[in-house]
Design a protein around this ligand. Structure first.
Ligand code: TRP
Length: 393
């Protein structure tokens, strides 16, 4: 029997070439060897945003991008998370098997919180910070003779001691029970905290063996594996402990040289129109050290070179050499790239236009897939209820 794969993506709009070469090419190849379930994770989108006005449209947009690049509904199950209610049931049951502090330690949550404006940090945290500043400044005034370094060490120590005492007191009065909660408790919803539990349910409800993901999703898979083991140990073997399949791919930079991401507004879409594609390429960031044509360039940090690596594979070595030696100027290099990228993307763009005319068929594909996914999920939940000795239906 073929091993089963589950992977998913949040529908947040049209996909870009980072998705294409980072995720979708890989998904497409895996279809030949595995039984693949590919999920549009719409419930995950609303863990961090309440505005649902474009959600339905984004589901269709994403499905079209998948179909366009060759994710094939005859080979794989393409489905919408929210139409398989068993995900929600398993999410609920799994939520009893993990502590809130484990979820507060989730690195992707921490990263999210670090990106939130300092102004949104909770009033408890602010109160504590000003309290500790005030106390520390009182204590450190006394000794003006000690060196700055000693003084700083002293201040740091004092602050951390104070924090410990403060947390202990809060805890004692049943107010908070961890530093994370002190800092972040008011910033995240219950649903967002449970993001990895929902993701675990996505994977486990299909009893998947393998989960192709990027590095950034590893912490979630770790939680999934913990939950599978915990469930199996508590109620009996139901779930395989799923393995990650890390996607190896060339790093595709955004047109401003940072990571390609919708939120940075530096993407090249799979369905980019030729004029826009040309403009994005021709105005893209390149090596800032290469001002004149003859200046030696640094292809490894240049987004244009990263695009040559995907659209113009056969010539990359030559381009690297002539960029470094100064023989190839950026304008010419960009022109060459536009030609290659446009040749690659034109058939995809045309396919998209066809699918846009038959959105009903796209909806049918997703409904059909969701039906198949439901059957599998229902089977699993029957076993789960039986093992847990819950009400059977
Ligand atoms: N959290 C994933 C992401 O943001 C999307 C996702 C949801 C997923 N459910 C999943 C990925 C299950 C793999 C398996 O990319």
């Amino acid at each position: 029997m073929r091993k089963r794969i589950l992977s998913g993506n949040r529908p947040t709009g049209r996909l870009h070439i980072g998705h294409l070469f980072g995720v979708l090419e890989n998904w497409k190849n895996l279809q030949e060897q595995y039984e693949c379930f590919y999920e549009i994770a719409d419930w995950h989108v609303i863990t961090t945003k309440t505005d649902t006005s474009d959600l339905l449209e984004n589901i269709i947009e994403m499905a079209i991008d998948w179909l366009v690049v060759g994710i094939d509904p005859k080979k794989s199950v393409l489905f919408v998370q929210s139409s398989v209610k068993e995900h929600a049931e398993l999410h609920l049951l799994l939520s009893m098997l993990i502590t809130t502090s484990r979820l507060l330690r989730n690195p992707t949550l921490k990263e999210y919180l670090q990106n939130i404006e300092a102004s949104q940090i909770t009033s408890k945290k602010r109160a504590f910070d000003s309290f500790s500043e005030a106390v520390v400044s009182k204590f450190t005034d006394i000794s003006s003779e000690v060196s700055t370094r000693e003084k700083n060490d002293h201040i740091a120590l004092l602050k951390s001691k104070l924090k410990d005492i403060f947390l202990e007191e809060l805890n004692h009065h049943g107010i908070v029970d961890s530093e994370e909660e002190l800092t972040y408790g008011n910033l995240i919803t219950y649903g967002h905290l449970g993001y990895p539990v929902l993701q675990a349910a996505d994977i486990l409800v299909y009893r998947a063996h393998v989960v192709p993901i990027g590095q950034d999703q590893l912490p979630h898979l770790e939680i999934t594996r913990e939950l599978a083991r915990k469930f199996n140990a508590t109620y009996g073997e139901v779930f395989p402990v799923p393995e990650p399949l890390l996607t190896e791919f060339a790093k595709i930079l955004g047109t401003d040289g940072r990571k390609m991401s919708k939120s940075y507004n530096n993407t090249i879409l799979i369905s980019e129109e030729p004029e826009v594609l040309e403009k994005k390429i021709m105005t893209s960031y390149t090596d800032p050290g290469k001002i004149r044509r003859n200046d030696p360039g640094h292809p490894e940090t240049c987004p244009i070179f990263s695009y040559h690596q995907i659209f113009n594979k056969e010539n990359t070595e030559e381009i690297a050499v002539s960029c470094k030696s100064g023989a190839l100027g950026c304008v010419e290099c960009k022109r060459n790239l536009f030609g290659k990228a446009n040749d690659f993307l034109t058939p995809l763009r045309e396919k998209r236009k066809e699918y846009e005319k038959i959105k009903d068929t796209v909806v049918d594909i997703l409904n059909e897939g969701s039906k198949k996914a439901s059957e599998e999920a229902k089977n699993t939940m029957e076993i789960v209820r039986e093992k847990m000795k819950l009400w059977a239906s």
